[in-house]
Design a protein around this ligand. Structure first.
Ligand SMILES: O=c1[nH]c(=O)c2[nH]c(=O)[nH]c2[nH]1
Length: 268
């Protein structure tokens, strides 16, 4: 409290770019590289720094940035970005008595292993398109919220899509169709069912594997079987089915939305 005002201080650092390489032998799958843009925001009891010139409780945002680098260096074993975010969140909430909560957001640059002559390269990578990200909130009590997402996942099919029966008024130009090309850019978020740090799985790659599982479910639902596909009566319906499928098959809460309006809706 300051006077009759109830205040909560939150500060942090965003756009901290960090890369980490784990040099495994080729026989064990080769090198792994990650490049992350990290944002850390802490809820911190340092109200005197707002109401007076007393900065004694502030963890400087510069120190927050340096911590990201140090913690990445300390990860001698491969970690997913969700695990790294939890490591950071636990660090800030346990080391500093004044920090009650930390939110760590990470967006990954999608480096993908290249394939040469059909073989995954041991240390060669190219940048992919869609982006994986996570937002982790850790409280001093150990309570946890992990939401991960995918952005810029562009999908297109050349048939098995239509759009009919929508509002007809003097502004409508589009005819009904049961045959069109459809392309959309999917943004999806899902929540992991771990509500306390003690519930976190110890299995390595669990979060990274889950990300691959979500992508697979989203694309299989969008496209349908390889030979015949599946009919989509609207982008809305397909997005709903994609989210529902992630929810039921992977047991996670999921929201799917279209970032951009359908880009390619040419009537054939
Ligand atoms: O699947 C679609 N949903 C829409 O809301 C829409 N609007 C539009 O012009 N074309 C389409 N297609």
């Amino acid at each position: 409290m300051a006077g009759n005002l109830q205040l909560e201080g939150r500060h942090g650092k965003s756009r901290v770019r960090v890369s980490r390489v784990w040099r495994r032998p080729a026989a064990e799958g080769g090198h792994i590289i990650v490049e992350w843009s990290v944002a850390v925001s802490v809820v911190s009891d340092c109200l005197p720094s707002y109401t007076s010139s007393d900065n004694s409780a502030i963890v400087a945002t510069d120190s927050i940035k340096n911590t990201v680098y140090v913690k990445a260096k300390e990860c001698t074993e491969v970690v997913s970005m969700e695990e790294f975010a939890v490591i950071l969140g636990r660090h800030f909430t346990s080391l500093y008595p004044q920090v009650s909560e930390a939110t760590v957001t990470i967006v990954e640059r999608p480096w993908e292993r290249v394939v040469v002559d059909g073989n995954p390269h041991s240390h060669g990578f190219k940048v992919g398109v869609e982006k994986h990200s996570t937002e982790v909130i850790v409280k001093k009590s150990g309570s946890l919220l992990i939401n991960s997402g995918i952005q810029g996942y562009s999908l297109l099919k050349t048939t098995q899509s239509g759009f009919e029966g929508f509002v007809t008024d003097r502004y409508r130009l589009l005819p009904d169709t049961r045959e069109r090309i459809v392309a959309t850019e999917v943004t999806a978020w899902w929540r992991y069912p771990f509500e306390h740090v003690s519930q976190l799985p110890s299995k390595p790659f669990c979060f990274t594997q889950r990300y691959q599982d979500v992508k697979k479910v989203l694309s299989e639902t969008f496209f349908g079987p390889a030979d015949v596909g599946v009919y989509s009566p609207s982008v809305q319906n397909t997005l709903y089915l994609m989210g529902k499928e992630v929810l039921t098959s992977l047991l996670m809460m999921c929201t799917c939305r279209r970032m951009n309006p359908t880009e390619l809706l040419k009537q054939l």
